[in-house]
Design a binder for this molecule. Sequence first.
Ligand SMILES: [Zn+2]
Ligand SMILES: [Zn+2]
Length: 264
Amino acid sequence: MARFCPLFSGSSGNSYYIGSAKEGILIDVGRSAKQITDMLNSCEIEIAAVKAIFITHEHSDHVAGLRVLASRHHIPVYASEGTLNALEAMGCVNEKVQAGTIDDHGLSVAGMKITPFPISHDSAECVGYQIETSDGRKIALSTDLGYLSDQVRNCLAGSDMVVLESNHDVGMLQNGPYPYVLKRRILSKTGHLSNDACASELESLVRGGSTRFVLAHLSLENNTPDLAFQTSLCALKLSGMKQGHDFELYVAPRANTENRTIVF
Ligand SMILES: [Zn+2]
Ligand SMILES: [Zn+2]
């Protein structure tokens, strides 16, 4: 059994722990090193358990605490080649950080196999990650994507647990205060996934064997946890599926102050 602990999620910072109590990995470090270590401790995970950090892309809500956390605790960092180049140019990775690239052959860390897959976003080389644990459980994580390509669908299919972006309600975004250019960026194919777009993927994922879904990277201004949850729940109910029977649906909190961990 592995555990998934969403430490932080959303435009104010993203970081997820996957592994056992003794060893695991972080996906993204979008808050300060202190906030990340404090949240890990609250979830009863020592920072020494983190054997590697995998980065999805270089936007600050995914890397804000990366340099300090990785250099202070000597944790190796892996990212796609394009993302790593961007991180070096930004100074998020320097000579004090042990950094390497990861490609579609994947890497084995902490008894897990981690494999990236490309996703469509306005950054250098954004990826999602598939993780297979030592007991054969699979989790796929995909946030910060404008749309789901067939390649992404294939990478999510068959995962026991899927962490998928449910960024915004399109109506709230269109009627909200964001400038036109930003609205267009979010709605574009290299922007962010809406509640409806997320919800429309879930039925086929359940039919492919996925049972746990975590809605992630919610917008603070253009969404609410309840709206994201209800949109996906309604879509699954309309397909004749029942929460607690066919699937479990969660929303990753902006900060995991309740220290919630999902076992999969
Ligand atoms: Zn981004
Ligand atoms: Zn982001």
